[in-house]
Design a binder for this molecule. Structure first.
Ligand code: GUN
Ligand code: ZN
Length: 429
Protein backbone atom coordinates (compact mmCIF):
# COMPACT_ATOMS: atom_id res chain seq x y z
CA UNK A 1 0.00 0.00 0.00
CA UNK A 2 1.21 3.50 -0.82
CA UNK A 3 1.25 5.87 2.12
CA UNK A 4 1.81 9.59 2.22
CA UNK A 5 3.06 11.07 5.52
CA UNK A 6 2.46 14.79 5.92
CA UNK A 7 4.26 17.13 8.32
CA UNK A 8 7.42 19.20 8.48
CA UNK A 9 10.22 17.25 6.79
CA UNK A 10 13.96 17.41 7.20
CA UNK A 11 16.49 15.74 4.95
CA UNK A 12 20.17 16.21 4.29
CA UNK A 13 21.65 16.95 0.88
CA UNK A 14 25.13 17.21 2.41
CA UNK A 15 26.95 16.88 5.72
CA UNK A 16 26.37 19.99 7.88
CA UNK A 17 29.78 19.41 9.49
CA UNK A 18 31.36 19.93 6.05
CA UNK A 19 29.20 22.57 4.35
CA UNK A 20 27.08 25.49 5.66
CA UNK A 21 23.86 24.30 7.31
CA UNK A 22 21.65 26.10 4.77
CA UNK A 23 23.31 24.16 1.95
CA UNK A 24 23.22 20.85 3.80
CA UNK A 25 19.62 20.71 5.03
CA UNK A 26 16.31 20.65 3.23
CA UNK A 27 13.51 21.63 5.56
CA UNK A 28 9.96 21.80 4.20
CA UNK A 29 7.37 23.30 6.51
CA UNK A 30 4.48 21.49 4.82
CA UNK A 31 6.25 18.48 3.44
CA UNK A 32 5.43 14.89 2.53
CA UNK A 33 7.10 11.49 2.38
CA UNK A 34 5.75 8.80 0.07
CA UNK A 35 6.27 5.24 1.30
CA UNK A 36 5.67 2.06 -0.66
CA UNK A 37 6.95 -1.50 -0.26
CA UNK A 38 9.12 -0.62 2.71
CA UNK A 39 10.97 2.15 0.87
CA UNK A 40 10.81 5.91 0.71
CA UNK A 41 9.70 6.66 -2.86
CA UNK A 42 9.50 10.45 -2.84
CA UNK A 43 10.04 13.43 -0.55
CA UNK A 44 8.74 16.91 -1.38
CA UNK A 45 6.16 19.59 -0.72
CA UNK A 46 2.84 18.14 0.47
CA UNK A 47 0.75 19.78 -2.25
CA UNK A 48 2.97 18.41 -5.02
CA UNK A 49 2.97 14.86 -3.72
CA UNK A 50 -0.75 14.86 -2.96
CA UNK A 51 -1.46 15.87 -6.57
CA UNK A 52 1.01 13.38 -7.99
CA UNK A 53 -0.15 10.43 -5.86
CA UNK A 54 -3.91 10.92 -5.34
CA UNK A 55 -4.42 7.23 -4.47
CA UNK A 56 -1.98 7.26 -1.53
CA UNK A 57 -3.37 6.79 1.95
CA UNK A 58 -2.63 9.97 3.89
CA UNK A 59 -1.37 10.13 7.47
CA UNK A 60 -1.24 13.77 8.50
CA UNK A 61 1.12 14.61 11.36
CA UNK A 62 0.28 18.32 11.24
CA UNK A 63 3.15 20.44 12.53
CA UNK A 64 5.25 17.48 13.73
CA UNK A 65 8.70 16.85 12.26
CA UNK A 66 9.30 13.81 10.05
CA UNK A 67 12.93 12.64 9.87
CA UNK A 68 14.89 9.44 9.38
CA UNK A 69 14.81 7.02 12.33
CA UNK A 70 17.58 7.42 14.89
CA UNK A 71 20.59 5.14 14.65
CA UNK A 72 22.47 4.18 17.79
CA UNK A 73 26.00 3.32 16.70
CA UNK A 74 27.13 1.68 19.99
CA UNK A 75 25.06 0.11 22.77
CA UNK A 76 25.00 -2.93 25.05
CA UNK A 77 21.53 -4.46 25.00
CA UNK A 78 22.59 -6.76 27.85
CA UNK A 79 23.07 -3.75 30.16
CA UNK A 80 19.46 -2.59 29.92
CA UNK A 81 18.66 -3.68 33.47
CA UNK A 82 21.68 -1.98 35.07
CA UNK A 83 21.40 1.42 33.41
CA UNK A 84 21.93 4.28 35.89
CA UNK A 85 23.98 2.33 38.44
CA UNK A 86 25.65 4.63 40.91
CA UNK A 87 29.10 5.80 41.69
CA UNK A 88 31.78 3.88 39.77
CA UNK A 89 34.40 4.55 37.17
CA UNK A 90 34.83 2.24 34.19
CA UNK A 91 36.77 -0.73 35.56
CA UNK A 92 34.90 -0.82 38.89
CA UNK A 93 31.63 -0.26 37.05
CA UNK A 94 32.35 -3.27 34.83
CA UNK A 95 33.27 -5.49 37.78
CA UNK A 96 30.53 -4.31 40.13
CA UNK A 97 27.50 -3.98 37.91
CA UNK A 98 28.13 -5.05 34.34
CA UNK A 99 29.87 -8.39 34.56
CA UNK A 100 27.48 -9.87 37.18
CA UNK A 101 24.52 -8.79 35.05
CA UNK A 102 26.02 -10.15 31.82
CA UNK A 103 26.62 -13.51 33.52
CA UNK A 104 22.84 -13.98 33.55
CA UNK A 105 22.62 -14.16 29.76
CA UNK A 106 23.55 -17.83 29.59
CA UNK A 107 19.85 -18.22 30.38
CA UNK A 108 18.11 -17.98 27.01
CA UNK A 109 14.82 -17.04 28.65
CA UNK A 110 16.32 -14.11 30.51
CA UNK A 111 18.20 -13.01 27.39
CA UNK A 112 14.96 -13.05 25.38
CA UNK A 113 13.13 -11.04 28.01
CA UNK A 114 15.81 -8.32 28.09
CA UNK A 115 16.05 -8.24 24.27
CA UNK A 116 12.30 -7.54 24.09
CA UNK A 117 12.53 -4.78 26.68
CA UNK A 118 15.59 -3.27 25.00
CA UNK A 119 14.00 -3.09 21.56
CA UNK A 120 10.73 -1.72 22.91
CA UNK A 121 12.65 1.00 24.72
CA UNK A 122 14.61 1.75 21.56
CA UNK A 123 11.46 2.05 19.49
CA UNK A 124 9.69 4.25 22.00
CA UNK A 125 12.70 6.57 21.66
CA UNK A 126 12.66 6.51 17.86
CA UNK A 127 15.76 4.30 17.51
CA UNK A 128 15.18 2.11 14.47
CA UNK A 129 18.72 0.71 14.15
CA UNK A 130 21.36 -0.05 16.76
CA UNK A 131 24.76 -1.68 16.69
CA UNK A 132 24.82 -3.65 19.91
CA UNK A 133 27.17 -5.73 21.99
CA UNK A 134 25.55 -8.92 23.22
CA UNK A 135 27.34 -11.03 25.88
CA UNK A 136 29.76 -13.93 25.50
CA UNK A 137 26.77 -16.28 25.34
CA UNK A 138 25.46 -17.33 21.92
CA UNK A 139 22.01 -17.36 23.57
CA UNK A 140 22.24 -13.58 23.94
CA UNK A 141 22.87 -13.13 20.22
CA UNK A 142 20.00 -15.42 19.28
CA UNK A 143 17.71 -13.52 21.64
CA UNK A 144 18.74 -10.14 20.23
CA UNK A 145 18.37 -11.05 16.57
CA UNK A 146 15.17 -13.03 17.11
CA UNK A 147 13.51 -10.04 18.78
CA UNK A 148 14.82 -7.67 16.07
CA UNK A 149 13.64 -9.95 13.29
CA UNK A 150 10.16 -10.13 14.80
CA UNK A 151 9.96 -6.33 14.67
CA UNK A 152 11.30 -6.05 11.10
CA UNK A 153 14.21 -3.94 12.31
CA UNK A 154 17.56 -3.33 10.67
CA UNK A 155 19.79 -4.32 13.59
CA UNK A 156 23.45 -5.05 13.99
CA UNK A 157 25.33 -6.79 16.74
CA UNK A 158 27.46 -9.66 17.86
CA UNK A 159 28.75 -11.93 20.58
CA UNK A 160 31.24 -10.32 22.91
CA UNK A 161 34.56 -12.11 22.91
CA UNK A 162 36.55 -12.04 26.16
CA UNK A 163 38.90 -14.67 27.48
CA UNK A 164 40.60 -12.92 30.42
CA UNK A 165 40.06 -10.35 33.16
CA UNK A 166 36.42 -11.28 33.54
CA UNK A 167 34.75 -13.51 36.15
CA UNK A 168 34.01 -17.21 35.91
CA UNK A 169 31.02 -17.81 33.71
CA UNK A 170 31.85 -14.79 31.62
CA UNK A 171 34.89 -15.88 29.67
CA UNK A 172 35.13 -17.75 26.41
CA UNK A 173 38.41 -19.04 25.00
CA UNK A 174 40.24 -17.96 21.89
CA UNK A 175 38.95 -21.10 20.17
CA UNK A 176 35.36 -21.07 21.44
CA UNK A 177 35.05 -17.31 20.87
CA UNK A 178 36.16 -17.82 17.30
CA UNK A 179 33.97 -20.87 16.70
CA UNK A 180 30.85 -19.42 18.32
CA UNK A 181 31.24 -16.10 16.53
CA UNK A 182 31.65 -17.84 13.20
CA UNK A 183 28.58 -20.01 13.74
CA UNK A 184 26.48 -17.00 14.81
CA UNK A 185 27.74 -14.95 11.89
CA UNK A 186 26.74 -17.72 9.47
CA UNK A 187 23.36 -18.00 11.16
CA UNK A 188 22.42 -14.32 11.26
CA UNK A 189 24.50 -12.18 8.93
CA UNK A 190 22.41 -10.94 6.02
CA UNK A 191 19.26 -12.63 7.27
CA UNK A 192 16.34 -10.22 6.67
CA UNK A 193 17.64 -6.85 7.90
CA UNK A 194 20.16 -8.22 10.37
CA UNK A 195 23.93 -8.05 10.25
CA UNK A 196 26.52 -9.67 12.41
CA UNK A 197 29.28 -7.58 13.96
CA UNK A 198 32.52 -9.21 15.17
CA UNK A 199 32.82 -8.00 18.77
CA UNK A 200 36.01 -8.30 20.83
CA UNK A 201 35.02 -6.35 23.98
CA UNK A 202 38.28 -4.38 24.38
CA UNK A 203 41.99 -5.09 24.57
CA UNK A 204 42.15 -5.75 28.36
CA UNK A 205 39.66 -8.64 28.23
CA UNK A 206 41.25 -10.54 25.36
CA UNK A 207 44.54 -12.43 25.30
CA UNK A 208 46.84 -11.94 22.36
CA UNK A 209 45.74 -15.36 21.14
CA UNK A 210 42.12 -14.25 21.12
CA UNK A 211 42.87 -10.96 19.38
CA UNK A 212 44.82 -12.86 16.76
CA UNK A 213 41.95 -15.30 16.20
CA UNK A 214 39.54 -12.37 15.98
CA UNK A 215 41.67 -10.69 13.33
CA UNK A 216 41.73 -13.96 11.40
CA UNK A 217 37.94 -14.26 11.64
CA UNK A 218 37.41 -10.71 10.37
CA UNK A 219 39.81 -11.35 7.49
CA UNK A 220 37.62 -14.30 6.48
CA UNK A 221 34.43 -12.22 6.69
CA UNK A 222 35.44 -8.68 5.69
CA UNK A 223 31.84 -7.94 4.82
CA UNK A 224 31.05 -7.83 8.57
CA UNK A 225 31.74 -4.84 10.77
CA UNK A 226 34.06 -5.19 13.78
CA UNK A 227 33.38 -3.19 16.94
CA UNK A 228 35.36 -2.59 20.10
CA UNK A 229 36.21 0.06 22.71
CA UNK A 230 39.20 2.39 22.46
CA UNK A 231 40.76 4.94 24.84
CA UNK A 232 37.74 5.57 27.03
CA UNK A 233 39.24 6.23 30.45
CA UNK A 234 42.70 7.01 31.88
CA UNK A 235 42.96 3.90 34.10
CA UNK A 236 41.95 1.69 31.19
CA UNK A 237 44.62 3.23 28.96
CA UNK A 238 47.29 2.65 31.64
CA UNK A 239 46.10 -0.96 31.95
CA UNK A 240 46.44 -1.49 28.19
CA UNK A 241 49.97 -0.08 28.37
CA UNK A 242 50.83 -2.66 31.06
CA UNK A 243 49.20 -5.54 29.21
CA UNK A 244 50.73 -4.75 25.83
CA UNK A 245 54.12 -3.15 26.60
CA UNK A 246 55.40 -3.74 23.08
CA UNK A 247 52.73 -1.60 21.44
CA UNK A 248 53.29 2.13 21.10
CA UNK A 249 49.71 3.08 22.00
CA UNK A 250 46.20 1.68 22.46
CA UNK A 251 45.22 1.80 18.80
CA UNK A 252 48.44 -0.03 17.88
CA UNK A 253 47.18 -3.08 19.79
CA UNK A 254 44.21 -3.32 17.46
CA UNK A 255 46.31 -2.49 14.42
CA UNK A 256 48.74 -5.28 15.31
CA UNK A 257 45.95 -7.87 15.22
CA UNK A 258 44.23 -6.58 12.06
CA UNK A 259 41.38 -4.98 13.98
CA UNK A 260 41.32 -1.52 12.40
CA UNK A 261 40.37 -0.14 9.00
CA UNK A 262 37.15 0.14 7.01
CA UNK A 263 34.36 -1.56 8.94
CA UNK A 264 35.96 -1.06 12.36
CA UNK A 265 33.72 0.92 14.74
CA UNK A 266 35.75 2.24 17.66
CA UNK A 267 33.66 3.32 20.65
CA UNK A 268 34.61 6.34 22.79
CA UNK A 269 38.11 7.16 21.44
CA UNK A 270 38.50 10.10 23.79
CA UNK A 271 42.22 10.21 24.53
CA UNK A 272 43.83 9.81 21.12
CA UNK A 273 47.37 10.88 20.32
CA UNK A 274 48.09 12.70 17.07
CA UNK A 275 49.37 9.42 15.67
CA UNK A 276 46.18 7.62 16.60
CA UNK A 277 43.95 10.33 15.07
CA UNK A 278 45.91 10.23 11.81
CA UNK A 279 46.00 6.44 11.73
CA UNK A 280 42.24 6.26 12.22
CA UNK A 281 41.68 8.75 9.41
CA UNK A 282 44.14 7.10 7.06
CA UNK A 283 42.98 3.58 7.88
CA UNK A 284 39.25 4.23 7.42
CA UNK A 285 37.89 3.17 10.83
CA UNK A 286 34.73 4.79 12.18
CA UNK A 287 34.17 6.30 15.62
CA UNK A 288 31.16 6.14 17.95
CA UNK A 289 30.57 9.19 20.17
CA UNK A 290 29.00 8.10 23.48
CA UNK A 291 28.40 11.41 25.27
CA UNK A 292 26.04 10.42 28.10
CA UNK A 293 28.30 7.50 28.97
CA UNK A 294 31.43 9.61 28.83
CA UNK A 295 29.83 12.03 31.28
CA UNK A 296 28.13 9.41 33.47
CA UNK A 297 31.16 7.15 34.00
CA UNK A 298 33.38 10.23 34.19
CA UNK A 299 35.43 9.31 31.13
CA UNK A 300 36.03 12.63 29.39
CA UNK A 301 35.23 14.89 26.48
CA UNK A 302 35.30 13.34 22.99
CA UNK A 303 36.42 15.79 20.32
CA UNK A 304 33.56 15.53 17.81
CA UNK A 305 34.67 18.66 15.98
CA UNK A 306 38.13 17.24 15.33
CA UNK A 307 36.68 13.92 14.17
CA UNK A 308 34.54 15.73 11.61
CA UNK A 309 37.32 18.11 10.56
CA UNK A 310 39.38 15.01 9.84
CA UNK A 311 36.41 13.56 7.93
CA UNK A 312 36.33 10.44 10.10
CA UNK A 313 32.87 8.82 9.92
CA UNK A 314 31.41 9.38 13.38
CA UNK A 315 28.15 8.10 14.77
CA UNK A 316 26.21 9.06 17.85
CA UNK A 317 25.64 6.39 20.48
CA UNK A 318 23.73 5.83 23.70
CA UNK A 319 26.23 3.24 25.01
CA UNK A 320 23.42 1.87 27.18
CA UNK A 321 23.98 0.97 30.07
CA UNK A 322 27.25 2.93 30.66
CA UNK A 323 25.25 5.59 28.89
CA UNK A 324 22.51 7.01 31.07
CA UNK A 325 19.64 7.29 28.58
CA UNK A 326 17.80 5.40 25.85
CA UNK A 327 16.81 8.73 24.32
CA UNK A 328 18.73 9.89 21.27
CA UNK A 329 17.35 13.36 21.99
CA UNK A 330 19.02 13.27 25.42
CA UNK A 331 22.13 11.84 23.75
CA UNK A 332 22.21 14.77 21.30
CA UNK A 333 21.77 17.15 24.26
CA UNK A 334 24.73 15.52 25.97
CA UNK A 335 26.82 15.83 22.79
CA UNK A 336 25.89 19.50 22.73
CA UNK A 337 26.92 19.94 26.38
CA UNK A 338 30.23 18.17 25.82
CA UNK A 339 30.81 20.39 22.80
CA UNK A 340 30.18 23.42 25.01
CA UNK A 341 32.68 22.15 27.59
CA UNK A 342 35.22 21.95 24.76
CA UNK A 343 34.33 25.42 23.47
CA UNK A 344 32.34 24.20 20.43
CA UNK A 345 28.63 25.02 20.13
CA UNK A 346 27.38 22.23 17.88
CA UNK A 347 24.55 23.22 15.56
CA UNK A 348 21.28 21.26 15.90
CA UNK A 349 21.74 20.16 12.28
CA UNK A 350 25.10 18.64 13.22
CA UNK A 351 23.53 16.83 16.16
CA UNK A 352 20.70 15.48 14.01
CA UNK A 353 23.21 14.41 11.36
CA UNK A 354 25.24 12.41 13.89
CA UNK A 355 22.05 10.70 15.16
CA UNK A 356 20.97 9.64 11.66
CA UNK A 357 23.14 9.80 8.54
CA UNK A 358 26.38 10.13 10.52
CA UNK A 359 25.68 6.93 12.43
CA UNK A 360 24.54 5.21 9.22
CA UNK A 361 27.81 6.15 7.50
CA UNK A 362 29.87 5.05 10.49
CA UNK A 363 28.09 1.67 10.30
CA UNK A 364 28.48 1.40 6.50
CA UNK A 365 24.72 1.43 5.86
CA UNK A 366 24.59 5.06 4.76
CA UNK A 367 23.08 4.09 1.40
CA UNK A 368 20.21 2.19 3.06
CA UNK A 369 19.07 4.24 6.06
CA UNK A 370 19.75 7.54 7.82
CA UNK A 371 18.10 10.10 5.54
CA UNK A 372 14.71 10.99 4.14
CA UNK A 373 15.45 10.52 0.46
CA UNK A 374 13.89 8.41 -2.27
CA UNK A 375 15.26 4.87 -2.36
CA UNK A 376 16.13 4.58 1.33
CA UNK A 377 14.42 2.09 3.59
CA UNK A 378 11.38 3.64 5.28
CA UNK A 379 12.63 3.81 8.88
CA UNK A 380 11.15 7.07 10.04
CA UNK A 381 10.52 8.93 13.26
CA UNK A 382 7.93 11.65 13.79
CA UNK A 383 8.71 14.24 16.45
CA UNK A 384 6.31 16.43 18.37
CA UNK A 385 8.21 19.66 18.88
CA UNK A 386 5.92 20.82 21.69
CA UNK A 387 5.71 17.60 23.72
CA UNK A 388 5.82 19.06 27.24
CA UNK A 389 4.74 22.37 28.77
CA UNK A 390 8.31 23.61 29.20
CA UNK A 391 9.17 22.87 25.56
CA UNK A 392 5.87 24.25 24.31
CA UNK A 393 6.28 27.63 26.01
CA UNK A 394 9.85 27.84 24.77
CA UNK A 395 8.91 26.97 21.19
CA UNK A 396 6.27 29.69 21.07
CA UNK A 397 9.13 32.17 20.84
CA UNK A 398 10.94 30.34 18.04
CA UNK A 399 11.67 32.51 15.04
CA UNK A 400 12.98 29.80 12.75
CA UNK A 401 13.05 26.03 12.45
CA UNK A 402 16.30 25.60 14.40
CA UNK A 403 14.86 27.52 17.34
CA UNK A 404 11.82 25.29 17.07
CA UNK A 405 13.73 21.97 17.21
CA UNK A 406 16.54 22.86 19.62
CA UNK A 407 14.38 22.89 22.80
CA UNK A 408 13.21 19.37 21.95
CA UNK A 409 16.81 18.24 21.48
CA UNK A 410 17.75 19.71 24.87
CA UNK A 411 14.60 18.92 26.85
CA UNK A 412 12.81 16.18 24.94
CA UNK A 413 12.44 12.47 25.69
CA UNK A 414 10.21 9.61 24.55
CA UNK A 415 7.14 11.84 24.95
CA UNK A 416 8.37 13.74 21.90
CA UNK A 417 8.30 10.63 19.69
CA UNK A 418 4.83 10.74 18.20
CA UNK A 419 5.23 7.92 15.64
CA UNK A 420 7.81 5.42 14.42
CA UNK A 421 7.75 3.71 11.03
CA UNK A 422 9.86 0.59 10.55
CA UNK A 423 10.49 -0.72 7.05
CA UNK A 424 7.41 1.11 5.83
CA UNK A 425 5.04 0.00 8.58
CA UNK A 426 3.70 2.12 11.39
CA UNK A 427 4.73 0.56 14.69
CA UNK A 428 1.37 1.47 16.18
CA UNK A 429 -0.62 -0.51 13.56
N1 GUN B 1 34.76 -1.03 27.93
C1 GUN B 1 34.71 -2.38 27.91
N2 GUN B 1 33.47 -2.83 28.13
C2 GUN B 1 32.69 -1.74 28.25
C3 GUN B 1 31.30 -1.56 28.47
O1 GUN B 1 30.52 -2.49 28.59
N3 GUN B 1 30.88 -0.28 28.55
C4 GUN B 1 31.71 0.78 28.41
N4 GUN B 1 31.23 2.02 28.48
N5 GUN B 1 33.02 0.63 28.21
C5 GUN B 1 33.51 -0.62 28.12
ZN1 ZN C 1 30.34 0.31 25.14
Amino acid sequence: MTTLLLGQTLSFSANPWQVPVDDAVQHVRRGAVLIDGGLIRAVGPADDLKTKYPEAKITDYGDHLIIAGFIDSHAHFSQTAIIASWGKRLIDWLNTYTFPEETRFHDAKYAAQVAETYLDLNLSNGITTACAYCTIHPESVDAYFTAAQKRGLRMMGGKVMMDRNAPDGLRDTAQSGYDDSKALLRKWHGKDRLSYVITPRFAPTSTETQLEATGALWAQFPDCLMQTHLSEQSEEIAWVRDLFPDQQDYLAVYEHFGLTGPGAVLGHSIYLSDREWSAIRDGGSSLAHCPTSNAFIGSGLFNATKAHEMKIPTGLATDVGGGSSFSMLRTMASAYEIGQLRGDALHPAQLLWMATQGSADALHVGNKIGNLVAGREADIVVIDMASTPVIEQRVKRAEDFWEQIFPTIMLGDDRAISAVWVNGSNRAD
